[in-house]
Design a protein. Structure first.
Length: 477
């Protein structure tokens, strides 16, 4: 299967409230021979504001943010075409499952496009940083690395690429980061051919579930407290190994644990044990491309390499055979999840934050292609066919941004007022506001003045002028 290696640059750090402003990708075959590539940049959607630090990191000027050939809506349409053309493939980036994937899903959701284009069959997904961390955990000589002040290995893309002797002068542009990810992964494959295939076996949920339900001893790679670690685990009983509430969360027992001492504990006692460190229970998120490799790798590292093989096998056997024990763990997990749900904030969830709260119906999803193919005037009429009010709201905002002249005057004014209310809010909001941006600019200006960084100070002046223009536009909404 081909690898679609991609990267985005965004207007902020929130996947709910930021926009993609640049996206690039490289399509390679299994031997890392390039097949295709793309790089697209768009303007910031009308009615949204950026985080100054995000633009400084990805070196975006106001001119680049406003004077591009593509609008945000047009760019998403191009990305959808390219991703469809590249399918089937394994889509992956660097630290992409936690950010890039989430952002593009939410952008497609708000853009009236199918959100799961990069992960739904026939496509699969993975994450370059997880592969690199796992490869390093198996053999630390595979990659040259920097060590930070906490004595931990640095897995940031620019650092890792530079340590391999790669040119990182264009790092933090979308296509450059996609290229660097491609080059690092090609090094991993070349040096670890045996584990490379294992890494990719978990690139979709059903394949991962098949591995877990075999009930064999496996090695799970996890990254926490700045270190990449290998854990020798055995999944719970095949009938009772998946979380009763959280879809795709599977559970396994770390074989460093004295399993016998846990078998007859009550539900409350198990809940208490779950809070202790080191954890006896390890979560495997089947839909997030977990790293699962053969048991032989875990058996080579501490503390498992100092344990009797028969003891490890016996513990695994106890976990796999005791249905009641696995049932009790699931009951404990359900109670913990319900307690957590009850203590959650009762704040309203905005439509932009609701992609997983309520999934878009197949009926509405089927209407997307016709909606995009229609004229702007017809797009407004076609919104009546959608059952989901969130999609209707998103559609109206797209028309406001792309063809405001086609909206009735009262609808135009209403949308503009809603945008103004958000942008000009003096409260601490979940999204970036103009007052928040001004505060951020002032803070950064002090920092860069002290550092005598005139280039960044000039950017901040541009940002400030732009924000004042937007503020003036919406003050009289």
């Amino acid at each position: 299967m081909n690898l679609a290696i991609w990267d985005i640059e965004s207007s902020g750090a929130s996947t709910d409230w930021s926009s993609i402003i640049e996206i690039g990708g490289v399509l390679v075959d299994q031997n890392f021979k390039e097949i295709d590539r793309f790089n697209l940049r768009c303007s910031l959607p009308d009615g949204e504001i950026f985080q100054a630090m995000a633009l400084i990191v990805n070196r975006t000027s106001i001119k680049q943010l406003t004077k591009t050939n593509l609008s945000h809506y047009q760019m998403l349409g191009e990305v959808e075409k390219i991703f469809k053309k590249w399918s089937p493939a394994i889509f992956l980036g660097w630290s992409s499952i936690g950010f890039d994937e989430e952002l593009i899903r939410k952008e497609f959701f708000k853009g009236l496009r199918y959100p799961y284009i990069s992960s739904a069959a026939p496509n699969k997904r993975h994450d370059g940083i997880n592969i690199a961390r796992a490869a390093y955990a198996v053999d630390s000589s595979i990659l040259q690395t920097e060590i930070n002040e906490k004595n931990n290995v640095v897995f940031k893309l620019e650092s890792l690429a530079r340590m391999q002797g790669l040119d990182t002068s264009d790092a933090h542009s979308a296509i450059a980061d996609a290229e660097l990810t491609t080059k690092i992964l090609s090094i991993v494959k070349k040096k670890q051919k045996n584990t490379w295939e294992s890494f990719l076996k978990t690139a979709n949920k059903s394949d991962t579930e098949t591995i877990i339900k075999k009930g064999e001893i496996i090695t799970l790679n996890e990254y926490y407290y700045g270190k990449s670690r290998l854990h020798l685990v055995v999944p719970l009983h095949p009938k009772y190994c998946v979380h009763p509430i959280y879809n795709g969360w599977y559970y396994s027992v770390d074989l460093r644990t004295d399993v016998e001492s846990l078998l007859n504990l009550s539900i409350n006692e198990l809940k208490n044990e779950m809070k202790k460190s080191p954890k006896f229970l390890r979560t495997i998120r089947a839909n997030k491309a977990p790293i699962i490799i053969g048991s032989e790798f875990g058996m080579k590292v501490e503390p498992y390499n100092n344990m009797d093989l028969n003891l490890l096998k016996n513990r695994a056997n106890l976990v796999q055979k005791d249905e009641k024990f696995s049932q009790n763990i699931l009951t404990a997990l359900r109670e913990v999840a319900e307690e957590k749900e009850q203590s959650k904030s009762q704040e309203d969830i905005y439509a932009e934050e609701s992609i997983y709260t309520k999934f878009t119906s197949n009926k509405d999803t089927a209407l997307f292609p016709a909606w995009h193919a229609a004229s702007w005037k017809d797009k407004l009429n076609l919104l009546d066919k959608f059952d989901d009010e969130r999609l209707v709201g998103f559609g109206k905002k797209i028309i406001y941004q792309e063809a405001p002249e086609t909206l009735p005057a009262d609808m135009f004014k209403k949308i503009k007022r809603e945008i103004a209310k958000r942008l000009l809010s003096e409260r601490k909001e979940r999204w970036w506001t103009i007052p928040t941006l001004f505060t951020e600019i002032d803070t950064l200006r002090e920092k860069y003045t002290n550092e005598n960084d005139n280039e960044k100070l000039k950017l901040l002046d541009e940002f400030n002028d732009y924000a004042m223009v937007i503020q003036k536009k919406y003050e009289n909404a």
